[in-house]
Design a protein around this ligand. Structure first.
Ligand code: ATP
Ligand code: MG
Length: 650
């Protein structure tokens, strides 16, 4: 971004007050902000008491060597005990922890008592394989209950896990195994996705032929699909042969609050993936608190469903650690939302009476595209809160979500956070905040965030700039695994004493925060910094557009010009008239400066495997360059289809 601040173009006037009943019974009320402001550390010390500590911490934060934080340092706890055993001990052993739904239609109900047995057995199994506290375990599994058992078994032993998304290639898996020097890999023969069985074990076999993976002594294989697998004697062992014969008893040992809990590699759209390190006490405190506060979770009555994959941080914090620390009942689903039909998610939500639903804008936009009539066929009346995460949510998609999934009643919480932050940082509170479609709005109680300009000065309300976090928080990353210098350079070098998130943002006239996309994606048009998010949201607010991606292409007159790629809705057809209409629509919504020079209708957009639009590749196309690295794309063939469209560009 240049010296000019990010322009503030989008005006959104719609407001939605919290439902009266929800507000009256909300877990967290407005006074929490006040209490946290008056005594931030006291507030977090109070939240840490949600956990069961073997040794209560006396010190909240050690910030004597910034930016290397230590939270609750002299406290000791076992994370798995907190997520499992203590609920059984409190008499909730019969409560369902996980309603598992496999893609082919198989299902499994796991109570907290079942979970305790499964996790204990898995912990005993890993111990038998020689896993000790501090050893790293790589987990490469589909969305099946064993993924949760494996993660919690590692946590129980103080052995940090590194979960690698099951859709990643052998290469990606190998670099992550090498970087973390994992000793054990837990995988499966395969998993079900998009209506078929897709293999996983071959990628592990291939990854383990690469140099630097020699530390791996054992590969534990869950049988999920029954596919044939190659077998390396002495290294490979079936989960059911190893785990099922173990004792159901395992006494968890308490570890220091700063014991590493997991390493998770960010999706790595550029450069070598960063191994984000999270530790135990602070991470679990904030994961549990935010899950309680943002989703207003009532463990006795709610059925929570987060659709993320366990390979992303959202799956770590809002399938495994937050919900289980809070004793929640949740749904876990293996497959894709359109297998075998486009109503699958809503069918599952109806079946289990889901009350809280958390997903990503990309999924919401896909559902919009598929049509309102699909969710309308299902009874979604149990839903009371909807959440969004992963990208800025276009106001129109937000309103559609509330209307067509939430029956026009449910608050929508747009939650901003990152792998690095460990848990939610900026979000409305469903019983407190009057929500604004498209805005994450307010830092949670105990969190300090603001927007600054190039010189690190806080921007006034009504202006844009860079999102920064100004105080340490309990679930912050502790470092990049094995690379403290990269931790300093990436997050703490841009502004002194402030964490640089890498996202553009603005504060509106009420001081509420709007996320405007990645700083690298910001466009510079005739001396104005313009956010991709705002132009995309303006396009999506046109009735013919389901989804849009916007990039700045080099332009001799204006530095960059705006090039928009749109997916049309339902019956809308591409025509010169429609292109002109869309350009005029953006100009009318945001002003003439934001008018796209080109608008191209496409069938698909390039997305990362976590569903985020990859604007970098669209920029390559708009500037007629050789395409950059496409290996992290869900479907690389999408790029060919888009390129074919180009000659018809105006
Ligand atoms: P990499 O850092 O490797 O490029 P990534 O940033 O996509 O990967 P994540 O940590 O999963 O990996 O995503 C965090 C980013 O997602 C944020 O920095 C932000 O750009 C975006 N994001 C997440 N939630 C929101 C939200 N509610 N509104 C706007 N943007 C969001
Ligand atoms: Mg990132």
């Amino acid at each position: 971004m240049s010296n000019e601040s990010l322009a503030n173009l989008l005006k959104e006037e719609r407001r939605f007050e919290p439902p009266t009943e929800l507000a009256a019974a909300a877990n967290v009320t407005a006074d929490a902000y006040e209490r946290a402001r008056a005594d931030r550390l006291g507030f977090w010390a109070e939240q840490a008491r949600r956990l069961d500590w073997a040794t209560e911490p006396t010190e909240t934060l050690d910030w004597s060597n910034p930016p290397f934080a230590k939270w609750f340092q002299d406290g000791e706890l076992n994370v798995a005990h907190n997520c499992v055993d203590r609920h059984v001990q409190a008499g909730h052993g019969d409560r369902v922890a996980i309603h598992f739904e496999g893609e082919p239609g198989d299902s499994r109900t796991i109570t907290y008592a079942d979970l305790q047995r499964e996790v204990s057995r898995a912990a005993n199994a890993l111990t038998e394989l020689g896993v000790r506290a501090g050893d790293r375990v790589a987990i490469y599994l589909p969305m099946i209950p064993e993924a949760v058992f494996a993660m919690l078994a590692c946590a129980r032993l103080g052995a940090p896990h590194s979960v690698v998304f099951g859709g990643f290639s052998a290469d990606a898996l190998a670099t992550r195994i090498q970087d973390a020097q994992a000793r054990v890999v837990i995988t499966s023969d395969g998993g079900y996705r998009k209506g078929g069985a897709s293999p996983l074990k071959p990628a592990v076999d291939e990854a383990l032929t690469r140099p630097g993976t020699e530390d791996v002594r054992s590969v534990v294989v869950v049988r999920r699909t029954g596919q044939d697998v190659d077998w390396t004697e002495g290294r490979d062992v079936w989960w059911h042969e190893l785990v099922d014969r173990q004792s159901e008893e395992h006494t968890p040992q308490a570890f220091g609050a700063e014991q590493p809990l997991f390493i998770l590699y960010t999706s790595g759209t550029t450069g070598k993936p960063k191994g984000i390190l999270h530790t135990s006490g602070g991470y679990l405190t904030q994961a549990a608190y935010t899950h309680h506060a943002v989703f207003d979770l009532k463990p006795e009555s709610d059925v929570f469903w987060c659709t993320a994959d366990i390979g992303w941080v959202t799956g770590h914090s809002y399938i495994v650690y937050g919900p289980l620390a809070n004793g929640a009942t949740q749904v876990m689903y293996e497959g894709t939302p359109d297998s075998p039909h486009k109503g699958r998610w809503w069918e599952i939500a109806e079946k289990y009476g889901v009350t809280i639903f958390y997903t990503a804008p990309t999924a919401i936009r896909a559902c919009m595209k598929w049509g309102d009539d699909i969710p309308a066929k299902y009874d979604l009346s149990a839903l009371r809160i909807l959440g969004s995460v992963g990208e800025p949510i276009n106001p129109e998609a937000w309103v559609w979500y509330r209307e067509h999934i939430g029956g026009g009643r449910t608050p929508v919480v747009d939650t901003w956070w990152q792998t690095e932050t460990g848990s939610i940082m900026i979000s409305p509170l469903p019983g407190v905040t009057a929500t604004k479609p498209g805005s994450a709005q307010v830092p949670l109680p105990g969190i300090a965030a603001t927007v600054v300009d190039d010189e690190a000065r806080e921007v006034p309300d009504g202006s844009g700039g860079y999102l920064v976090l100004t105080e340490p928080w309990p679930s912050m990353l502790r470092t990049i695994w094995g690379d403290d210098q990269r931790y300093l350079d990436t997050y703490w070098a841009r502004f002194e004493n402030r964490y640089f998130a890498g996202d553009g943002a603005k504060k509106d006239d009420d001081g509420d925060i709007w996320l405007l996309g990645r700083v690298d994606d910001v466009m510079l048009v005739s001396g104005h910094n313009i956010s991709t998010t705002e132009v995309e949201s303006a396009l999506v607010s046109h009735p013919s557009v389901a989804e849009a991606a916007v990039v700045g292409a080099a332009d001799p007159q204006t530095t960059q010009s705006i090039c928009a790629f749109v997916i049309l809705r339902g019956t809308a057809a591409e025509s010169e008239g429609l292109v002109d209409e869309l350009r005029a629509h953006v100009a009318q919504q945001l002003g003439p400066i934001a008018k796209p020079k080109r608008v191209l209708a496409v069938a698909e957009l390039p997305k990362t495997r976590s569903g985020k639009i990859m604007r970098r590749l669209l920029r390559d196309i708009a500037e007629d360059r050789q395409l950059g690295d496409v290996t992290t794309l869900t479907d690389p063939s999408v790029m060919g289809l888009i390129q074919e469209k180009l000659p018809s560009a105006p």
